[in-house]
Write a protein that binds this ligand. Sequence first.
Ligand code: UDP
Length: 332
Amino acid sequence: MTVLVTGGAGYIGSHMMYRLADMGEPVVVIDNLQTGFRESVPGNIPFYQGSVADKALVGRVLREHGLKTVVHFAASTVVPDSVRDPLGYYANNTVASRALFETAIENGVKQFVFSSTAAVYGQLDSEVVTEAMPTVPVSPYGWSKLMTEVMLRDAAAAHDLNYVVLRYFNVAGADPAMRTGQSTVAATHLVKAAVQAALGIRPKLEIFGTDYATPDGSCVRDYIHVADVAAAHVDALLYLRSGRPSAILNCGYGRGFSVRDVIGMVKAVSGSDFPVIESPRRAGDPARVVADSRLLRERLGWQPKHDDLRTIVAHALAWERKLLAAQTVSAV
Ligand code: UDP
């Protein structure tokens, strides 16, 4: 059964595209290439450049390929950018998703997997976050995803559509086979920034806040390997195909590492003692965000294979080296 992957040229979407292709599942990709890379999608996978809000394009693609399943990654994903440009985020994430849902339902799509985020929870003062906890985002990004979850829930109740929403925690690492990885220029995420500092691409790394109520004063997050995130999507598809009910599930490992832990691991794996600077807190950062991921394991049978910070960092570093080598070659 062919699967439409929106945002398949992006970081997480490209991992899902490869995973489906590895399983022998036909895949079709739509991506507007605003942040994705055309070269992330191999030539044998049908690729359409455009917005998921383009009803004519999406409708044509759904009909041409007889698609009944959509995995929807396409979105803007940088929290501070969403604070600067909330209406842009609502347009690209919420309004565009609304159009996609409508086109999908009009064309008989039955299964939908949607990329959401732990940012829907906002500031929770809790050891681990369960799906039943209140959703009060503290950023336009979080709201843009939460509103999309609500639309999907209501549309699925009114139509013949089942869905799985996956709320990602801190996705990091790269394809173990090094076919794809986090390629965003000027990415702000910690693991990427730290491996760039290790390779001298950045002069230093800042720790944003060292006075949090955590064991070492820096923020704690649940870093999850991108390959295990892609695996959760495949499990979600199989779950939906077996006719089981819609679900909203956290996508994390259920254990936390501090910013200092991550930096220590990047230094150990890379052998580079790059400069680290203690800086003030970054606005809107909760002290601790760690998933309770029991539901994901129980309902989907998800069994992560890369729950190891060293592996996550090693793969992120290897991908960054590959990007650097490609740049050096093209500059020659
Ligand atoms: N962080 C940091 N220095 C950086 C980037 C991030 O100290 O250069 C911290 C950030 O303040 C947060 C954690 O690392 O506490 C994870 O941030 P990231 O942006 O990777 O993901 P988020 O949790 O914000 O989605």
